[in-house]
Ligand binder design. Structure first.
Ligand code: ZN
Length: 416
């Protein structure tokens, strides 16, 4: 981590070169699975992951988890399941109806998406938490069919923690298939994998590129968010404990080598103290923290920090300041805000309740994270009494004629 003098430059995200050959490789995998169905999916999975896709029952692996994990670990997974469920249940949208004119009523009714696909990354860390963060809002939304995919493991089984999370969510089996080929199968169907209306979940660059590709295909599924490397921005003032701020920065730099970690400190002494703490903690942390070397710190006033935070639109924003509640209403753009010294970013990753699938790369300017709404859509329902129908027929016809649409005008006038 280093202190940067060029304040606007400190917030430049690391750019990743667009590689046309990579995009073509993704498009080729997707096209082969789309055209060739199950046979092509098997061939691509064997070529890339050296394993055919399999639908694996979660029960034996969840039993392994229950038999081998300490009681406190099992209780923690159940606590996370409970908190995430109560948050999403409490934020389920309500239907609403408005009588726009006497007798003319327009309702907004929420409906769950029928079938969704959830991508749970495999990689080095078993991201069972991602399964909870996707499946629970989908279940609370009322999605009737949830297809979970995760990359295959060399032993052909499931990670016990992922299986335990699935079992808690009532998901009986998981497809072990990953990468762009899994996204193509979810999008267009392959064998017993039926095509879904929406795909959610983070993944590596192959998964992200395939999601963007299938979402842009006519008739293809919707996707949740543009997913990229994880981010944390910490705004800290003199009231912050340098060791705690350093621990939060390290926790987010642990995610992957491309994670973006930035500290905005209100004075230079604090920035330097945090840097020393980062070095001290790095020396005895057993895990790799691959993104910490590229992390940056800048010194700015609190007002400038708020402006920078809004411009950067961080996935995670920690307010390690004396009066964080005064800053919250001034934050326009962030995926999740962690208010005050007592709220670790890790709480949001695991068990506070909100989903940890959040917008990255500045997308928080226009997107929120995954919620119950991500798995629902609204239907407008229009009703009119016969008096209201007669009353609006004339104005509706007038508007139609203003656009030169005579057939519309006549259809309206039939109700007069
Ligand atoms: Zn994190």
């Amino acid at each position: 981590m280093r202190i940067v003098d060029n304040i606007p430059g400190a917030l430049d995200r690391r750019t990743r070169a667009e590689d046309p050959a990579f995009r073509e490789a993704v498009a080729a995998i997707v096209a082969r699975v789309r055209a060739g169905g199950w046979g092509a999916l098997v061939a691509e999975s064997e070529r890339i992951d050296h394993a055919p896709p399999r639908l694996v029952e979660v029960a034996p692996f969840a039993a392994q988890a229950r038999a081998s994990y300490p009681a406190a670990t099992l209780a923690a997974v159940e606590l996370a399941h409970c908190n995430v469920t109560s948050f999403h249940t409490g934020t389920r949208p309500r239907d609403a109806a408005v009588e726009t004119m006497p007798g003319l009523t327009v309702a907004k009714e929420w409906r769950a998406i029928d079938r969704v696909g959830l991508y749970v990354p495999g990689s080095n860390a078993p991201l069972f938490s991602t399964l909870l963060m996707l499946a629970i809002p989908a279940l609370v939304a009322g999605v009737s069919e949830i297809i979970v995919v995760t990359p295959p493991r060399p032993d052909g089984g499931l990670d016990p923690a992922i299986a335990l999370a699935a079992e808690l969510c009532g998901i009986p089996a998981i497809w072990t298939v990953g990468g762009a080929q899994a996204i193509a199968a979810l999008a267009f169907g392959a064998g017993e994998i039926a095509p879904v209306a929406k795909i959610a979940g983070p993944g590596n660059k192959w998964v992200a590129a395939a999601k963007a590709l299938v979402a842009a295909t006519p008739g293809g599924p919707a996707i949740d968010l543009p997913a990229g490397p994880s981010e944390l921005l910490v705004i800290a003032d003199a009231s912050a404990d340098p060791a705690t701020v350093a621990a939060d920065l390290l926790s987010q730099a642990e995610h992957d080598p491309d994670a973006e970690v930035v500290l905005i400190a209100t004075d230079a002494a604090l920035a330097e103290a945090v840097l020393r703490e980062v070095d001290r903690q790095l020396a005895d942390i057993p895990a790799a923290v691959p993104a910490m070397a590229a992390a940056k710190a800048v010194v700015a006033t609190l007002d400038a920090a708020v402006a920078l935070a809004n411009a950067w639109a961080s996935e995670h924003l920690s307010l390690a300041v004396a009066d964080p509640d005064a800053l919250v209403p001034r934050i326009r753009n962030a995926g999740a805000i962690f208010v005050g010294h007592g709220v670790a970013e890790s709480f949001g990753d695991y068990l506070a309740g909100s989903s940890h699938v959040l917008p990255t790369g500045g997308a928080a300017r226009a997107y929120g994270g995954v919620t119950v709404l991500s798995f629902m859509k609204e239907v407008s329902v229009l009703r009119a009494t016969s008096a209201a129908s007669r009353a609006v027929a004339g104005p509706a016809a007038a508007l139609a004629r203003l656009e030169g649409l005579e057939a519309h005008a006549r259809a309206a006038e039939m109700r007069a």
